[in-house]
Ligand binder design. Sequence first.
Ligand code: SF4
Ligand code: SF4
Length: 353
Amino acid sequence: MDKSWAEKNKEIQTLLAKEATFKEAIKKLLEFRGELFQQITWIVEAYPDEAFYQMPFAGADGYHSKTLAYSIWHIFRIEDIVAHEMIAGDEQILFREKYLKKTASPIITSGNELQGEAIAEFSKKLNVKKVYLYAKAVKGSTDSILSQLQYKDLKRKFSDETKQKLIESKCVSEDENAFWLIDYWCGKDVKGLIQMPFSRHWIMHIEAMRRIKNKLCKLARKGADPVAICGLSCNHCFLGEWCGGCRTIYNTCSFATCSEGKICPNVKCCKEKNIDACYACSELETCEKGFYVPSNDGANAAKAQSLYIRKYGKKEFLKTQTRLHEKFEFQKVQEILGQDCKEAFRILEENKQ
Ligand code: SF4
Ligand code: SF4
């Protein structure tokens, strides 16, 4: 488990155990859930549609064997069922806010019954943007339930009536891979539910989602040109685990995702000019577009690198980058090269073999 997430979760569980620290525990839990949810937001905002039904770890033993879309659906279906059928005793968000139709989901269950290829098939049918909105709505609703809890509520147990209601709701499949969930949830008190569906379950699946997207980026980068359009090197970029590079559909470069339509102006411009990258452009020296905007800290480094590629070629550029990164960390290299374009070019030449 991610070390910092494990520590935060442990601290919350400790605070939850005492009445004097209960309110603080809930406050920290809500903050932590916000932090975890941000990971989902980044993934949904940045990755292409096809990323959500890929299974790069198909057949593996663990949560990472699923898809990104399934993971979001599953985390929040479970939370919706538990929060509303069990704790609040009211209607689930899926039905109340008509998310079944909006998400185009063919199932109302948690999805535990789906195995192997059926997970990918199910994921392809989902409207991921709507599944994300569903997740957001469930999170908001649960956060509000959590905020209203009192310490004494933690010990509340669930009756046979609740169990029957869960069975009748058909929100948990009768398949042996799913049906056990009902006994599992009903064997817990409210505190136990907070500890699993509302926190630990999130951590495990969101960690798995990170593994899935890292692997997808790695696969996308295989065979792709590692020299970015603006002159950066994807092989040396600190975003390597998040991004497939700007020559693939897994371009999640922070600059691209913040640009209009999530399309990097440099990538767009090169496409329009029908050139490989900015190094091949006659306007490079004076260009202030996209990543080269003077207010961007990385502008000088990227432009110097493009000029270097133009003079010495991509192969030598990548070797020079490796030499520089053997001496300094990524941020330091950017800092050294970022001060002045001419000076950056000189430093690059100094590190040429
Ligand atoms: S700034 Fe644009 S060109 Fe440079 S790496 Fe990012 S997406 Fe690619
Ligand atoms: S004008 Fe600027 S952004 Fe466009 S290709 Fe030339 S150097 Fe790149």
